[in-house]
Design a protein around this ligand. Structure first.
Ligand SMILES: Nc1ncnc2c1ncn2[C@@H]1O[C@H](COP(=O)(O)OP(=O)(O)OP(=O)(O)O)[C@@H](O)[C@H]1O
Length: 227
C-alpha cells in the first residue's frame, strides 16, 4: 500500500508583480525520497522550493506538511518547524562568516537549545561524515567552495530534519566536486531518513534523485520515476 506523502503542494499560484512565477503548481514528496525539480531558467523551480519550505507564501493553493497546512500556520509556528524539522542548503553557502565551520554546523542545534559541548560534538561528527573535519576551525572565507558546500550540507542535516531543501547545491562547483558533494549529501540524507527536494539544472545531479519533476511556466508538467 502506498504511504501518504510527507509534503504536498496543491495548485500553488504566486505572482511577483505582473510576473506569474507559479501557475497551479502541484507536487508531492514522500518520506525518505529524493525529488529533483528541473526545468528551464525562470520556470518557477526556486519559487516552488521556497513555497514547499514555507519561506514564501503562495497567493493561492496549499502546502501540507505531515498533514498540517503550512500555508495556514502563523509565522512563528512555521519558523519553529523550519528550525526543527526542515533543513536548507543554498548555492552560495550562507554560512555565518564570523563563526568557524564547526560553530556554523553547531548553530542550528544551539538555536534549538542544545548545550554547547553536545552541539559541538554532533557538529564534529557531521563534519567527519562529510569528509571535511580538517576545516572545523576555519572560517567560511578560508575554505574552498566544495568544502563550504559540504559544511552547509552538514549544517542542514545536523538537526536530523525530515526534509532538506537544496537550491542548486552544487551549482558553484566543478563537476568532480559537485559529484562528491551529491554522493555524500544523498547518502547522509538516506541514512537519516530525510527526504530531499532539490533544484538543479544538471542531469548529473538529478541522477541522484528518485523522482524528477519538470517545471515549465510555473507548473509541474511531468513527474518521472528515475529509480
Ligand atoms: N523576488 C522576485 N521578484 C520578482 N520576480 C521574481 C522574484 N523571484 C522570482 N521572480 C520571477 O519569477 C519567475 C520564476 O523564478 P524562479 O526563480 O522560481 O525560477 P527558476 O526556475 O528557479 O529559475 P533559475 O533556474 O534561473 O534559477 C521568473 O520569471 C523570475 O524572474
Amino acid at each position: 500500500m502506498a504511504t501518504e506523502p510527507l509534503l504536498v503542494a496543491e495548485n500553488l499560484h504566486l505572482r511577483f508583480g505582473t510576473t506569474v512565477a507559479l501557475d497551479s503548481a502541484s507536487v508531492a514528496v514522500h518520506a525518505g525520497e529524493v525529488l529533483a525539480l528541473m526545468g528551464p531558467s525562470g520556470s518557477g523551480k526556486s519559487t516552488l522550493l521556497h513555497c514547499l519550505a514555507g519561506i514564501l507564501h503562495p497567493d493561492a493553493g496549499r502546502v501540507t506538511y505531515a498533514g498540517r497546512d503550512l500555508t495556514a500556520m502563523h509565522d512563528s509556528e512555521r519558523s519553529a518547524l523550519r528550525r526543527t524539522e526542515l533543513g536548507l542548503v543554498f548555492q552560495f553557502g550562507q554560512l555565518v562568516p564570523e563563526l568557524t565551520c564547526l560553530e556554523n554546523v553547531a548553530l542550528p542545534l544551539r538555536l534549538n537549545g542544545a548545550p554547547r559541548r553536545a552541539a559541538l560534538r554532533s557538529a564534529a561528527a557531521w563534519l567527519e561524515r562529510l569528509e571535511v573535519s580538517d576545516v572545523a576551525g576555519k572560517r567560511p572565507g578560508q575554505v574552498s567552495g566544495g568544502q563550504g558546500q559540504r559544511v552547509a550540507v552538514a549544517r542542514s542535516l545536523v538537526t536530523r530534519p525530515r526534509v532538506v531543501f537544496a537550491d542548486e547545491p552544487t551549482g558553484a562547483l566543478d563537476s568532480l566536486n559537485g559529484e562528491r558533494v551529491m554522493q555524500l549529501f544523498v547518502a547522509a540524507a538516506r541514512e537519516t531518513g530525510a527526504a530531499v527536494v532539490l533544484v538543479t539544472h544538471e542531469a548529473r545531479v538529478a541522477a541522484y534523485s528518485d523522482h524528477e519533476a519538470v517545471v515549465r511556466d510555473g507548473r509541474v508538467r511531468t513527474m518521472e520515476h528515475v529509480r
